[in-house]
Design a protein around this ligand. Structure first.
Ligand code: AMP
Ligand code: ZN
Length: 467
């Protein structure tokens, strides 16, 4: 089945053709570990995971690399301000040393890996840390310098964007008034406003030795160096959030293509934002929600994953805890409960399976793919309950909603609910049917006091131990 993906580089959906037959080489720009990831960031990794699973479901052997940025990302894309890791050291009252920086990075990297696990995101094959690749960064910068793409100013070495005529090609970034010869920002020593740091000199001796002095690699060079080391050049797919298009990814392209004369990646794919109200959820802002906050509020990370799958990765999403809670109670748990009641031993239905591949082959249309689950559940004519189960569980290899385990867990939990709690739930259901909501609320409170919760799913009440 052919797989069409929206390529930011060409601005259209294109058939995926790998550089090596049967293999897909993918790089995902990873987190900057100066703080916990928020659920907006995590959309970028759920998207990458669905992409990987789709490629695998289509028979590709995938190599997935996701970097960890633990040095070098400055506060603004315009190369201003502190390194974000240095800011974290200040925020946490830690000493200004490389070991302390590593310690802070370790804390947030571990937290990030736990988030990935909770969201049932497959572990990437490589998760290289930027701070372990300074040697590779220096080699790449030296190549750029030798080829005449770099120049020195007082705070470091910069890439000269006027030497790369295709600069800004990703997403057709409008550079009017920004290239060489145009008026340069006041005070900046940069030749062109879009020129960016390759090596930033340290103002306080914190950093690594280099031919240009003690300092840090630029954030963009890290991704160019690490992707080349683990995937070669060109590789197949590069992903990130849409905020990476105008600066970070165009800079990666400029460096890698200038240094080696071949494209960096063939497909560039970008997920849209998760917004809070009208504004983007941002780590640096105060409107950010972590996965832990959701869990503390009784929402399973998998319900958030389901919520994301209901929209195209290219649609902005407005986060609402209420909506995710509804997805959890009315859809996800209903599905687990239904599956837990179906017998084992069915076969995958070919007709639905091809529709499923077709939906995903249309730029990962997960919303359509999910709607097929409901079509299957409602189809009493062509599928037995066991075939429904087998087909939906096969789809879940891409959805990643952990359906098989969760359905089993639910079944065993339901069987181990004490009879007195089950009796209370039946009493509550009767009160609800008689529209005696006062009594049904009282019974619900009693059930909760005993450490259980009742949810009204579409296929009847569900009791489970509180999470
Ligand atoms: P960072 O850790 O800040 O480098 O970001 C990690 C990933 O999250 C990047 O791919 C960003 O583009 C992406 N990202 C940042 N904010 C959001 C958001 N509100 N919604 C979706 N993706 C985001
Ligand atoms: Zn990157």
């Amino acid at each position: 089945m052919s797989l069409f993906l929206y390529n930011t580089l060409t601005g259209k959906k294109e058939e995926f053709k790998p550089t090596t037959q049967g293999v897909a080489l993918m790089y995902n720009c990873g987190p900057t570990v100066y703080n916990y990831a928020h659920i907006g960031n995590l959309r970028a990794y759920v998207f990458a995971d669905v992409l990987r699973r789709t490629l695998e479901h289509n028979g590709y052997k995938v190599k997935q690399v996701m970097n960890i940025t633990d040095v070098g990302q400055l506060t603004s894309d315009g190369d201003e301000g502190d390194d974000k890791m240095v800011k974290a050291l200040k925020r946490l009252g830690k000493p200004m040393t490389l070991p302390a920086m590593r310690e802070v990075a370790d804390i947030y990297t571990e937290a990030f890996k736990k988030d990935l696990q909770a969201l049932n995101i497959l572990t990437p094959h490589e998760m290289p840390r930027a701070s372990d690749h300074i040697k590779e960064d220096i080699e790449l910068i030296k190549t750029l310098e030798e080829k005449g793409f770099a120049y020195r100013i007082s705070d470091g070495l910069y890439f000269d964007t006027s030497k790369f005529p295709a600069y800004g090609k990703l997403g057709n970034i409008n550079l009017t008034g920004q290239q060489a010869g145009a008026r340069v920002e006041v005070k900046s020593e940069k030749k062109n406003p879009k020129d960016f740091t390759l090596w930033k000199l340290s103002s306080n001796e914190l950093g690594w030795e280099s031919p240009w002095g003690i300092g840090f690699p630029g954030w963009h060079i890290e991704c160019s160096a690490m992707s080349r080391k683990y995937l070669g050049q060109p590789f197949d797919i590069h992903t990130g959030g849409i905020d990476h298009i105008p600066v970070h990814h165009n800079n990666e392209i400029a460096q890698s293509e200038s240094a080696y004369g071949v494209p960096l990646a063939n497909f560039w794919m970008h997920n849209e934002f998760v917004n809070m109200g009208e504004t983007k959820m941002a780590k640096s802002g105060d409107n950010f929600i972590t996965l832990q906050t959701l869990t503390d509020n009784g929402i399973s990370p998998l319900a958030y994953r389901f919520f994301l799958l209901e929209a195209s990765y290219r649609t902005p999403l407005r986060f609402s805890e209420e909506l995710v809670r509804q997805v959890q109670d009315r859809k996800l748990y209903t599905l687990y409960k239904t599956l837990s009641e179906f017998p084992l031993g069915g076969v995958i239905n070919d007709a639905y399976h091809s529709q499923f591949l077709e939906a995903l082959g249309d730029d990962l249309n997960t919303a359509k793919a999910l709607s097929l689950v409901y079509a299957i559940l409602g189809d009493i004519e062509h599928l037995s309950p066991e075939d429904k189960r087998a087909t939906i569980l096969d789809f879940d290899k891409v959805f990643g909603l952990d359906m098989e385990n969760q359905a089993k867990l639910l079944k065993s939990q339901t069987e181990s609910i004490p009879p007195e709690i089950q009796a209370l739930a039946i009493e509550r259901e009767e009160a609800r049917k008689e529209k005696n909501f006062k009594l049904s609320d009282e019974i619900r409170a009693q059930v909760e006091k005993e450490g259980y919760e009742v949810m009204d799913t579409d296929s009847g009440p569900l009791i489970r131990k509180k999470i």
